[in-house]
Design a protein. Structure first.
Length: 159
């Protein structure tokens, strides 16, 4: 069975978000093995400088990169990434499973991702030009991936 690993930086603070993540993990488990890798956000001062942020992103990058299996297909969530319809993303996911048996989706901290993580990605993905709360992005991504898996399998959920 194929694996989808979600690597995220930071913790979910709200119960309703944790409940939604668990629900979509349960739904996705019918299609693939689901793994959640939750990494700690680097500590920053209350008013961080650009160099503080750069250092924190570099620190987070080391743990992100070590959490990504070398042979996995890596997808970094980026505001400036490519946008796809659900059907187009389903095609990308189906193709990725043909190349690798594991997909890794990476959501960085509220400050984003270090260039080293972006460069390691096979695909840079954006869900919208709009900005969403970092924690809500996990739920949006899980729902989108679940929808894609339904498209791939030909179920009626997508309709």
């Amino acid at each position: 069975m194929a694996t989808i690993r979600f690597i995220t930086v930071g913790t979910l603070k709200e119960d309703y978000l944790r409940d939604a993540v668990r629900e979509y993990e349960k739904r996705l488990s019918g299609y693939c093995k689901v793994e959640q890798v939750n990494l700690k956000e680097a500590k920053l001062p209350s008013d961080p400088s650009d160099s503080d942020i750069k250092k924190a992103l570099s620190e987070e990058a080391r743990t992100i990169l070590s959490s990504m299996p070398e042979r996995s297909y890596k997808i970094a969530m980026r505001v400036e990434g490519k946008q796809f319809s659900s059907e187009e993303l389903a095609d990308k996911i189906e193709h990725a499973f043909g190349v690798a048996n594991e997909l890794c989706f990476v959501i960085g901290s509220s400050h984003g991702l270090d260039d080293s993580v972006k460069n390691a990605a096979d695909l840079k993905l954006s869900v919208s030009k709009m900005t969403f709360p970092h924690q809500l992005m996990r739920v949006i991504l899980l729902e989108g991936v679940y929808r894609c898996m339904n498209i791939i399998k030909g179920t009626k959920y997508h309709k």
